[in-house]
Design a protein around this ligand. Sequence first.
Ligand code: GTP
Ligand code: SPV
Ligand code: MN
Length: 612
Amino acid sequence: MVDVESALDEAGLKNEQVRDYVRRWAEHTGAERVEVVGAADDARLIQECLDAGELLPAGDGLYYSRSYHKDTARSEERTIVATSKPSDAGVYNNWRPSSEMKPKLEGLMRGASAGKTMYVIPYLMAPPGSPLEPYAAGVELTDCRTVVLHMIRMARVGVEYVDNLTDPDSFVRAVHVTGDLENLGQGTPDDQRYFVTVADERTILHFGSSYGGNALLGKIAHGLRQAAYDGWTSRKFLAEQFMLLGITDKVTGRRYHICGGFPSASGKTNLAMTLAPDALGDRFHVEFYGDDIAWLWVNPDDGRLYGMNPENGVFGVAKDTNEKTNPTALDSIAPGTQALFTNVAYNEKTNEVWWEGKTPAPPTDLDGWRDWRGELIAERETGVDAPWAHPNSRFTTTLANVPNVAANFEDPAGVPIDGIIFGGRTRDREPLVRAITDLAEGVYDGLTLGAEATFAADGLDGQLRYDPMSMRPFMSYPEGAYAAHWLKIVGEATDQPIFAHVNWFQRAEDGHFLWPGYRENLRALVWLMQLRNGEVSGRQTPVGIIPTADELDLAGLDLPAEDLERILSLDIPRWRQEIANRQEHLEAFTDLPEEIWVAHRRVAAALDAADD
Ligand code: GTP
Ligand code: SPV
Ligand code: MN
């Protein structure tokens, strides 16, 4: 029997409820050792991973790992929200009774960590002192050492976060057991993996993966699914897959904060880390707060909606990250940052890493290069042009490494939100930006966010699907109640944010993007803030206010006139078709608030009345 008591004593972990939980799962999983970890253990754990071959050196203070080749993304169909209440079932949350799922997971996890170390990771998903701190503490148990290194970067980690809880029982119990990855039948009818959030017990049980959101349980399992459920049941807050950024107007001194949802792998990290385009750089400064999760609540002192990023790091898509698209991301993974790379290509002789889009063409000297699966590139058969890096390969680094991170990024007070934006990969129909000033219509717009699916989820790419508020894979309670909760929380704000829908991904018939995207996206956000201030008025359309060509600051941008015209206009017949799809999409949700239907009918009627 493993000596749990000494491990807990040695770490100074005093919380009796946490100790009970660790004891129970150490025994259940059959782990051989128990080790409590904190951020200060990082260097030692890195060295242990290097010694064991779990990490490879990727330059000074940079590390590389490969995951099992069938374990490279979130698995949506294996992800389940379980509770004791059938009324918690929604369209997207794959609800199952907890009485069915808990025994199943306990069965899979029994004895499954035999011979391994069980790491105990006490963490906090909030800046310390946040008003939402009571919902932010958790303890992940994992039998995978590289998961610990990722958690140390993505969350605030240490025993202090669970030893001083006002209610010693108010932490999320998050158990991760890797399982025998080579024998789990990933993607077959005999799939053994289960990723379950038992939301009404604040317990997360994930079995069968060591990748990303399947395994770093503070991130989306707690930070999104559990937190969304907690925010709803407490009636206090929203937890959304949103980026959060600040814009300072250096001329007027005004600061704006914008948050917003884009489905997975659709541009949150890139937008949040963006720099102003050179031509606008003298006037505007962009600050980074968060790239994947925002928790939102109303501050009763000033009646404004506030937001904060509960994470401590970035788990960013590597593909197409380069000097031009995202220079701040490159700085955040530069030598010395202790960044981790997963499933990119790796040169075993030079220790360099590469991914598609890092440079315009792959390295010409193939010597030493292996693809994400570990195969030598030089030995590929001719004609094989599979990507060197997995399309969902990632880098992991801390917020503090991002050069334009906001000075107050850890301020527990959070920041007041001026704008909420939604955007997906949509190759037609959606203009560059359309602003919405009505709350119900803004929420309606979020609920009807649609996008092409991406590689961030197993087996999906390119299909069009609705992804409400970019929360489809993270939804934990029924969509009707979710919409009502949005109306309630944001409705409590006396000074409400403006909403907008943006699209950086519209394409011409020949396939080229009509808008250059990346840093240039700031131009649409600046216009939105000017609209909120009443400095521009735009053009009212059936689906919101669109900028006129002369309102948009296009200084230094060489955009073909016909492309500009396309992204600032509406294809009305195409929009009328969309309304029929939306009707069907929304009808699937029970108890959708009447305000949302009113907004839908108003938009539909305005489109019917519009000229083609
Ligand atoms: P998750 O971490 O999966 O939630 O993704 P994300 O929403 O943070 O997406 P990210 O910013 O990492 O972008 C995903 C992909 O979209 C990357 O390959 C980017 O290069 C690409 N991308 C981001 N912004 C733009 C843009 O403005 N235009 C174009 N064309 N591509 C973009
Ligand atoms: C996403 O897929 O939206 C991510 C990566 O941010 S993961 O943590 O794997 O969910
Ligand atoms: Mn995400």
